[in-house]
Design a protein around this ligand. Structure first.
Ligand SMILES: Nc1nc2c(ncn2[C@@H]2O[C@H](COP(=O)(O)OP(=O)(O)OP(=O)(O)O)[C@@H](O)[C@H]2O)c(=O)[nH]1
Length: 813
């Protein structure tokens, strides 16, 4: 009997001491993550049982558990994945034992009667998959608490079936294979590939599907069932030795209860005894004792599981810790709930201040969350100023919208009734003013762009933090929007002033201005260099002869040269008055008009201007009694007068000079505007907002009667907060649970070997750790080192502290 009892509790007796410390933690983690439901992304190690239908999967599971609890019967099969968590419990002090099961779908309900568990599995299967052999991939989760089990999580999966029966769809095989694959393809899953000994191992469905999921065979254990019903004269020796289909982790042969045993209500305990007898009585299996029987399978499973868990734990831990960090961050973004007025006020004030800081730092480019893939904040403002505004102004040709005719018209208009003698300043001033006025629009547009940017920046500030306060966000957006609009007005006014200032005083004494004489010189140069003869038409419109053309052209040049020198000696030109000073060179001098003249010399004008075409005087014979000659009648002047089409070289030079002057002066103004407009925008809009925003917020939003309204949270946020809080709690629990591990596993993972020195303290790489211990340990934990501290405890601490590992590395060097 005593022998029987021992055999009836195989898993416990075979439990590896190391395993008992790792597996409970994994089980605990599984429970922890089960609380998160589908949110859990961390896969924990488990053992899945796969094989064809009726290969003996459920029987193997039952034997491992040591209890009868799975639905049985000749036509009853597994139709939903059953996740079975075996949890080892302590025996009661009086030696009695308590075994019970609990379903996840029936929390708190303990099933002490295992046949009731079986019924519940069956009923729950029917609830989801129907009563007529239908299958479903929805799990049934069951925990078995017993002093007679090892801590293992097993998954019983539906058997691979070929022929659909009952309500099964025609593609049942493919569906079940997909379902099985979804479990066993996980690298954290160990595969128990069950094949009956009385079938062809080379054609085993179990080995085939396991091979697909685990081609290297690191996670697959072969299980050969039904050794007792093999053909007489045959045995499974070669199968178990891996000589038929080699398997890295090897095979274990088992003998489960037959259908007859079940019908006769033979207990598992009895079955295990019978199994032991079976192997003992067959000499062929004597030398394979470590590969035969359910207890050996349990032991093997446990060892492999522990190794497997050890291998994946470091990764699991780092995944949990990174999940912890991101969930903690998300949770923090939902903030705390504050009820009191004082608390609300402080919170509001804090938000407003932080917002202003965030706004300023974005504008200044000091924001920590600054993007590395695109320009943002202040950098965009700089781009608008330099690459849009300045560049656009630089690309503008001040003469581009001025035709030569236009310039001539302006010149003739400016001359008034007099003929032009000098290249006149008035048309230059008129035209340059017109060009300066053109700078107003782009300058205003630039201000608007910056305003838009500031609005964008304001929307990007504290996006996450303000998610929970949509009302406050709306009000803040409103306040900052109004405030920015208010800031836009003075900047626009200032820009208007800047342009007006430029228009009001054309400073021809500006040191960078080309000046009249230089312009004349250049214009002459240009005309000379252009070989195209100037079209000079005769008054009747016919082409002049070449001699005349050249004569006129020379004459024009001569006149112009004299104009520059202030000497006019051509015919029809007023002679130089007495006392008038005649500058001997063409340098710029002060004109007699009272403003700095762009040309030197007097304001003497000549009437060389020709009237418009069709404006010829005509005469009609008129008889007068006294003087007998005919009266001369003038033609009415036309309503619209255009400058003469006659283009003399003088006029060409005048136009060229005007253009040169325009370009030169425009350049000066453009530079001023390029410099002062951004300054005005920065002063009146950008920096003003930075300086005053906080005050404006306080003035508009910090009102006690508004606290409640401003800090209103949407329901969605409070539920998100609750959910992340729960996830955080679970992850923290998981992290702490992993911290409880005696991290020998990690130590080995990281390549540190353990030994011991004569002091009884463990050693790392042959160096006594006691010195490290005294040196670093005591201050860290504020309690003296006790020699009674277990080796594993010390390992844990040593592994956790990177600081502690550093001195060891230094030692080794
Ligand atoms: N003689 C003998 N019969 C066995 C053995 N293992 C299982 N059986 C019998 O084979 C039949 C099928 O066993 P199960 O454990 O239900 O097989 P299963 O793989 O779980 O079946 P499904 O869940 O339907 O896929 C039952 O009648 C078992 O009693 C064994 O080792 N020897």
């Amino acid at each position: 009997m005593a022998e029987e009892a021992a055999a009836s509790t195989p898993p416990q007796s075979s439990a590896a001491p190391l395993g008992s410390s790792v597996i409970p933690i994994v089980n605990k983690l599984q429970d922890i993550f089960a609380q998160l439901g589908s949110q859990s992304t961390i896969e924990l190690p488990q053992v899945a049982v796969v094989g064809s239908q009726s290969s003996g999967k459920s029987s193997v599971l039952e034997s491992l558990v040591g209890r009868d609890f799975l639905p049985r019967g000749s036509d009853i099969c597994t139709r939903r994945p059953l996740v079975l968590q075996l949890l080892q419990t302590k025996r009661k002090p009086d030696g009695s034992e308590e075994e019970y099961g609990e379903f996840l779908h029936l929390p708190g309900k303990r099933f002490y009667d295992f046949s009731e568990i079986r019924r519940e599995i069956q009923a729950e299967t029917d609830r989801e998959a129907g009563g007529n052999k239908g299958a479903s991939d929805k799990q049934i989760r069951l925990k078995i608490f017993s002093p007679n089990v090892l801590d293992i999580t097993l998954v019983d999966l539906p058997g691979i079936t070929k022929v659909p029966v009952g309500d099964q769809p025609s593609d049942i095989e493919a569906r079940i294979r997909t379902m099985i694959m979804s479990y066993i393809k996980q690298p954290s899953c160990l595969i128990l590939a069950v094949t009956p000994a009385n079938s062809d191992l080379a054609n085993s469905d179990a080995l085939q599907i396991a091979g697909n999921a685990d081609p290297d065979g690191y996670r697959t254990i072969g299980v050969i069932t039904k050794l007792d019903i093999m053909d007489r004269g045959t045995d499974a020796r070669n199968l178990l030795l891996g000589k038929v289909v080699p398997l890295r982790l090897g095979y274990v042969g088992v003998v489960n209860r037959s259908q007859e045993d079940i019908l006769l209500n033979r207990s598992i305990k009895d079955a295990l005894v019978a199994e032991e007898k079976f192997f003992r009585s067959r000499p062929v299996y004597t030398s394979l004792a470590d590969r035969c029987g359910v207890p050996q399978l349990a032991k093997k499973l446990n060892q492999i599981l522990v190794q497997h868990i050890k291998a994946i734990l470091p990764g699991l831990k780092s995944r949990i810790s990174s999940a912890l960090v991101s969930v903690a961050k998300e949770h923090a973004s939902y903030g705390e709930i504050t009820e009191s007025k004082a608390g609300q006020g402080a919170l509001l004030l804090n938000i407003l201040s932080k917002y202003c800081e965030a706004f300023s730092s974005m504008v200044e480019g000091k924001n920590e969350e600054m993007s590395t893939c695109e320009l943002s904040g202040g950098a965009r403002i700089h781009y608008i100023f330099q690459s849009i505004f300045v560049k656009s102004l630089e690309e503008v040709d001040p003469c581009e919208d001025l035709t030569n005719d236009g310039i001539r018209t302006a010149i003739e208009n400016a001359n008034g009734p007099l003929s032009a003698l000098f290249v006149p300043e008035v048309p230059f001033e008129v035209l340059v003013r017109r060009q300066i006025a053109r700078l107003l629009d782009p300058s205003l547009q630039c201000a608007r762009f910056i305003y838009d940017e500031l609005i964008k920046i304001s929307h990007r500030c504290m996006v996450n933090e303000l998610q929970r306060f949509p009302v406050l966000r709306r009000h803040m957006d409103q306040v900052i929007g109004n405030f920015l609009r208010q800031g836009l007005e003075p900047s626009e006014t200032m820009i208007g002033h800047l342009i007006e200032m430029e228009m009001d005083y054309i400073n021809t004494s500006h040191p960078s201005f080309i000046g009249g004489s230089k312009a004349v010189e250049l214009a002459n140069q240009q005309i000379k260099n252009s070989r195209v003869p100037l079209p000079i038409r005769s008054k009747d419109g016919s082409e002049p002869d070449k001699a005349l053309t050249s004569e006129r052209s020379n004459k024009s040049r001569a006149i112009l040269a004299r104009q520059v020198n202030g000497i006019v000696a051509d015919q029809g030109v007023r002679p130089v008055a007495d006392g008038e000073k005649l500058p001997s060179t063409g340098s710029t001098s002060i004109s007699t008009w009272g403003i700095p003249s762009i040309f030197g010399g007097s304001d003497n004008r000549t009437s060389v201007k020709e009237s418009s075409t069709n404006n010829k005087p005509y005469s009609e014979p008129v008889h007068d009694a006294e003087h007998s000659f005919s009266l001369i009648h003038l033609r009415e002047p036309p309503t619209v007068l255009r400058p003469s089409e006659d283009r003399s070289e003088t006029q060409a030079i005048e136009i060229a000079i005007t253009k040169l002057l325009l370009r030169s002066y425009y350049d000066i103004v453009r530079k001023n505007i390029e410099d002062s407009v951004p300054k005005a925008i920065m002063h009146f809009l950008v920096n003003h907002t930075k300086r005053e925003l906080h005050n404006v917020f306080i003035e508009k939003l910090y009102r006690e009667n508004l606290f409640e309204e401003m800090l209103q949270e949407p329901d969605e946020i409070s539920s998100k907060r609750k959910r992340t809080q729960e996830t955080l709690r679970v992850l923290q629990l998981a992290f702490r649970t992993l911290d409880e591990l005696p991290l020998e596993a990690e130590t080995v993972e990281r390549g540190y070997s353990l030994g011991s020195d004569p002091t009884g303290l463990p050693e790392i790489h042959g160096l006594p750790t006691s010195s490290i211990f005294k040196w670093k340990w005591a201050p860290l934990h504020a309690r003296p080192l006790s020699h009674s501290l277990s080796v594993s405890h010390l390992n844990v601490k040593l592994c956790r502290s990177s600081e502690l590992l550093q001195p060891k590395l230094a030692y080794r060097q």
